[in-house]
Design a protein around this ligand. Sequence first.
Ligand SMILES: C[S@@+](CC[C@H](N)C(=O)[O-])C[C@H]1O[C@@H](n2cnc3c(N)ncnc32)[C@H](O)[C@@H]1O
Length: 169
Amino acid sequence: MIGQLAVLILVLLVLVWVLYSTVIGNSLGGPYVGTPEKLAEKILAEARLKPGEEFWDLGAGDGRLVKMARKKYQVEGVGVEINPLLVIWGRLQGVKMIRKSFWEVPLFNADVVYLYLWPGVVEKIAEKLEKVGPGPRLVISRRFEIRNWRRKLVKTIPDGKYEVYFYKN
Ligand SMILES: C[S@@+](CC[C@H](N)C(=O)[O-])C[C@H]1O[C@@H](n2cnc3c(N)ncnc32)[C@H](O)[C@@H]1O
C-alpha cells in the first residue's frame, strides 16, 4: 500500500514537472534552464548591487541568482516562479519565492531585475516596467536584447555566442 502511494506521488511529481517545464513555463515565458554559476557570479558583479537593494529574478527557476545575490551582496532577493516544484526547491534553500506568474506581480519595489526568458516576453516585461513609477534602476536580460530599449543599453557581457544585456532604466 505504502509502496503504491509512493509510486503515485512520484508519477504526479513527474507529471507536474513535465507539464510546467515543457508546456506551461515554456508557453508563458520560457522553459526551465538555469544560468550557470560562473556566469551568474559575473552578472551579479556587473550589476553593482548595493546592500538593501531589491534584486528580483522574474522566472527565477530554482532561485539560484536570488540566493547568490543575497549571500554575496546583502540585498533583498525575490524570485517569481510559476513552477511549484522549483518554488518549493528554492524555498527549501531559504530563497524568498513568489509562486505566481510575473504578469500578476506588482514590481514597484524592484531595484534590479533579471530576465532569462523568451525574446517577445522580455519586450513585454520592459513595457510593464515602464509603467511602474520610477521603475528598477537596472534591468538585465540574458541572451535576448530588449530592442525597444536600445537607447537604455549601458553594457553587455559575453555569454558564449550570446550576450547578457544591461539596461539602465
Ligand atoms: C530559462 S529559466 C530561467 C531560470 C533562472 N532565472 C535562471 O536564470 O537560472 C525560465 C524560468 O521562467 C519560468 N517562467 C516562465 N514563464 C513564467 C511566468 N509567466 N511567471 C513566472 N515564471 C515563469 C519557467 O518556469 C522557468 O523556470
